[in-house]
Design a protein around this ligand. Sequence first.
Ligand code: DP6
Length: 344
Amino acid sequence: MKKSEYRASWECPSNIAMVKYWGKKPAQLPMNPSLSFSLKKARTTTTVELQTAPKRTVEFLFEGQPSPFVKRIENYLSTMSIEHNWLNNFSFNIESSNTFPHSAGIASSASAFGALALCLNDIKQQVLSRQFTETQFLQKASRWARMGSGSACRSIYPGFALWGRMNGFPNSTDCNAIAVDEQFHSDYYLLHDAVLMVDSGTKQVSSSAGHNLMNSHPFKDARIAQASMDLQELIKAMKAGDHTRFFELVEREALSLHAMMMTSDPSYLLLHPNSLKVVKKIQAFRQQTGLAVGFTIDAGPNIHLLYFGYDKSKVHAFIETELMDLLEDGKWLDDRIGDGPIKL
Ligand code: DP6
């Protein structure tokens, strides 16, 4: 077996957005700023090995098997090689695995491109014999991740990540995410995300096609303005520990994302009847118990129930007794805010 010349291995989490990225400009720049937190358990592990070669070839194994995702990686490397010439001189052997099932309702492209971008920037340092500072390294990895999948740029940081130019955050930029250093109320560092599987079927519309629908959307400008306002207000609520306002804003963001899809041309209805039943049950549970719980939803039918760690046993009991019948095969998984990527 030939010895690989360069090698890197990273584990990177997925993330869940509270203010949603929806709509993009050329070169994967977001129409609006977004805010997310990294997950702890939902992670991708990727190993990249490079050997000098006359032209680039890519082999990709996902959980030990060849995978059609290889096409997306090939296209990605081909785009990145326009600016980063060194990518043309190697054969790539890439192996990847996830800690969560593919159809779990968790953004797998975020952790996948996060892990790949971290490996490639690690290898870049080896190939070019350069050492980046930690800040430079994370910023570059976030930029590279963004080029693969927009939301992936937020997976590079532990805790909360902000992507997109935002007043009041001088380091914020559309080109990469940044870690949010604001001191929030301590409860927000105990955020949990119970991912409730309503329907694991393939999506009617890919995220990329969904983003494109925003280009000519009649509510485009209003949506961009709303996301910036929601983000400012959300940060205020998180500093003040105003959980009521926090969940009002997070839920409205999720519903606004779906409202955009329902009113685009063509329009898409991605929610399942059980998605709405779950949402209604969460809202009723909040009203009856006074507990700080709420939901968010990505571009699909599954519901992310957000809560704070100190309410874990009550929330789990609620899921087990009231929601199981609405979930596909009773499937759900519990995750929480995490510490970001790890170099292996
Ligand atoms: C609804 O990052 O998957 O999850 O940039 O085309 O890869 P591409 O899209 P993607 O979009 C995710 C959108 C979202 C909201 C969010 O995560 O902010």
